[in-house]
Each structure stands twice: as structure tokens, then as C-alpha cells.
Design a protein around this ligand. Structure first.
Ligand code: MG
Ligand code: ZN
Length: 200
């Protein structure tokens, strides 16, 4: 059976510098090594899927159209370095701080895995052979909930997250200095044949 392996990437603090509530493309800055890491995963055959909580929309700081424009600029910057995203999913909601229909307890805001489930359906992903990379444990928890392996990066809030790991039942499979180091490790991981051959 054919399926795809994915690497789910967090945005803020993982691919771009965490500028609190980023609302202008001109303020966006790629983290060192991020484009190189994505390029490496592109060549290794992974679907690269951006999964991001953007309560800036619920809070009214940004419209969805403005968010989409920021993402277009992000893709342009990555492409200029030969790196590609296969898809972008964002959660515009917030459970308590939101306007109108955006104020909702949704199933897409991480640590809920709704965006990953949707991506799995859209891109025929095998989640158990997929990975999540983020700078917060809420990123990894979303992946763990659907069977992915998780890498915590020390960019963004990663150092703070690493210091507070004791409170979590499931630890990261790797803690990496940045997305490039995470990508090198992911590229070396083998597919679990027993799970996927149908013979186990
Ligand atoms: Mg983040
Ligand atoms: Zn949501």
C-alpha cells in the first residue's frame, strides 16, 4: 500500500523567529538552518506540512487573508533557498479570546491533533511513520496523540520547554539545537517495516 511520510513543522520559533503576534510579512525572519533543513527533508521524500496556531486571527490582529499573504511570503523566502512546503494548515481560533465564530473550543488548536488528522486525509499520510518538530510541548503532544515521533528544537521557546519536561508523560524522541539538526536526524530514521508491510 502506498502512503506518505510527513514532517509536521511548527511555524513560530521553529521555522521563523517568534515575533509575538506577527502581523506583517516584513517582520518575518527565517531561523538559521531552517530552509536548509526543509530542503533536506524535501529530498528525503517527506511531505512537509506546516501546522500553526494563529489565534492572532481570533484576536482580531490579522484577517485570514493577511495571514495567507504572510504564508505566501514565507513560501517565497523558502523557495528562494530551494526549500518547499507541501501544505499549510492553521488554526485561527481561540477558546476564550476571540471574536464571533473564532471564539470556540475547536479540535484544531494544538495540542489537539485536528490539523494533523485533516492533513493525513488530504495527503494520504501514515501518521505512525511521520514526525512533528516544534519549540513547545503542545506541538509534540498533538503529534503524539496521533502516533507521530516528536522532536523538540531549542530555538524559539525550546529552551524553556526543555527545562519543564518533567511535567510531561511522553518525552521528545530527540531534542535538537535547531530544525537543521532535527531534519538530519529524521532523515536517518527507518520506516518500521512490521507496521507497514501488512504481514505483522
Ligand atoms: Mg512555536
Ligand atoms: Zn482551531
Amino acid at each position: 500500500m502506498r502512503f506518505n511520510r510527513a514532517v509536521f513543522l511548527d511555524r513560530d520559533g521553529t521555522i521563523i523567529e517568534d515575533t509575538h503576534h506577527l502581523s506583517h510579512a516584513r517582520d518575518m525572519k527565517l531561523i538559521n538552518g531552517a530552509a536548509e533543513g526543509i530542503k533536506l527533508l524535501n529530498s528525503a521524500g517527506f511531505k512537509i506540512i506546516l501546522i500553526t496556531n494563529q489565534s492572532v486571527v481570533a484576536r482580531g490582529y490579522l484577517t485570514e487573508l493577511e495571514l495567507i499573504n504572510i504564508h505566501r511570503e514565507l513560501e517565497n523566502q523558502l523557495q528562494s533557498q530551494g526549500a518547499y512546503l507541501d501544505a499549510i494548515y492553521y488554526c485561527p481560533h481561540h477558546p476564550t479570546k476571540g471574536k464571533g465564530t473564532y471564539r470556540v473550543e475547536c479540535d484544531c488548536r494544538k495540542p489537539e491533533p485536528g490539523m494533523m488528522r485533516q492533513a493525513a486525509e488530504d495527503h494520504e499520510l501514515k501518521l505512525k511513520n511521520s514526525f512533528v518538530v516544534g519549540d513547545k510541548m503542545s506541538d509534540l503532544e498533538a503529534g503524539f496523540a496521533v502516533g507521530c515521533s516528536g522532536v523538540l528544537v531549542r530555538t524559539g521557546y525550546g529552551i524553556e520547554a526543555e527545562a519543564r519536561l518533567a511535567g510531561f508523560e511522553q518525552r521528545p524522541h530527540l531534542i535538537a539545537d535547531n530544525l537543521l539538526e532535527a531534519s538530519r536526524w529524521i532523515g536517518q530514521q527507518e520506516v518500521s517495516e512490521f507496521v507497514d508491510s501488512g504481514l505483522a
